[in-house]
Design a protein around this ligand. Structure first.
Ligand SMILES: [Zn+2]
Ligand SMILES: [Zn+2]
Length: 250
């Protein structure tokens, strides 16, 4: 049985090693390659690994690193012929943003080593964004975002702090559930973590100011472009007639 295709998060970790000034040779015996293989094996992404022995082993990581050669303009030799589209996409996204890549990779690594957070991440359902692999920072940090904004205790505090005459309003579109759904909607609103994913830190305790209260529709829209769209951007979109000039969507 074959293992699943590489996920964006895994490619990010391999690419971070590829660009590392101390990488060493692209070789399965290189201790750095072996270390990345071990970290990838700890990621909370694939719980089912049809061929566990070969799953992202040092040989697999070596192959992935060789794949990147094909897109690397500084490399003059021949690259691998069979590369995946996602490899190319991720390479091009980060080739000129290596510091950003490194900070994203470092945070993904921390998650890989934190059993507590991993358990919570495994409980987060997949949605359109994870299935389409469309979040630039990868699925692990995206799910960490969801873990954070669903922390019952802080969400409760946030609601308490934001309540006006017993009502909670969406910070983007001002929707209020009770006026539409009556008693059924009392106290209902969703919570969104405002920190951009590339800045999200596993060690940082969520503060009330990190959170925004939003209606379910606005929350979905924010997640569709989670790497670029802020509440202010969304407000702007809502207040602008859509003449095709709203430029926050990448
Ligand atoms: Zn809204
Ligand atoms: Zn959110």
């Amino acid at each position: 049985m074959r293992n699943p295709k590489w996920h964006r998060d895994e490619i990010i970790l391999a690419l971070d090693l590829y660009f590392s000034p101390n990488r060493g040779s692209i070789d399965k015996k290189n201790p750095k390659v072996i270390e990345v293989s071990k970290i990838i094996n700890k990621l909370p992404i694939f719980s089912i690994r049809p061929d566990a022995e070969k799953f992202r082993n040092a040989n697999g990581v070596t192959m992935k690193l060789s794949n990147f050669l094909k897109f690397d303009e500084t490399y003059t030799g021949k690259g691998m012929k069979n590369t995946s589209k996602l490899d190319e996409e991720v390479f091009k996204e980060f080739v000129d943003q290596r510091d950003k890549l490194h900070s994203i990779a470092s945070e993904i690594r921390k998650v890989a080593l934190d059993e507590n957070i991993k358990l919570k991440i495994y409980q987060i359902e997949d949605d359109e964004e994870t299935i389409n692999d469309s979040v630039m920072e990868g699925q692990v940090l995206y799910k960490l975002h969801k873990v954070r904004e669903r922390d019952k205790k802080i969400v409760q505090e946030k609601k308490k702090q934001s309540m006006i005459d017993g009502k909670l309003y969406c910070e983007a579109c001002e929707f209020e559930y009770q006026s539409k759904y009556g008693e059924l909607g009392t106290g209902f609103i969703e919570c969104h973590h405002k920190m951009p994913l590339f800045n999200i830190q596993i060690s940082r305790k969520t503060r009330l100011d990190d959170l925004a209260l939003v209606c379910a529709d606005c929350h979905r829209m924010l997640h569709r472009r989670i790497d670029t769209l802020s509440i202010e951007n969304l407000k702007y979109i809502l207040n602008t007639t859509n003449d095709g000039h709203v430029n926050f969507l990448k």
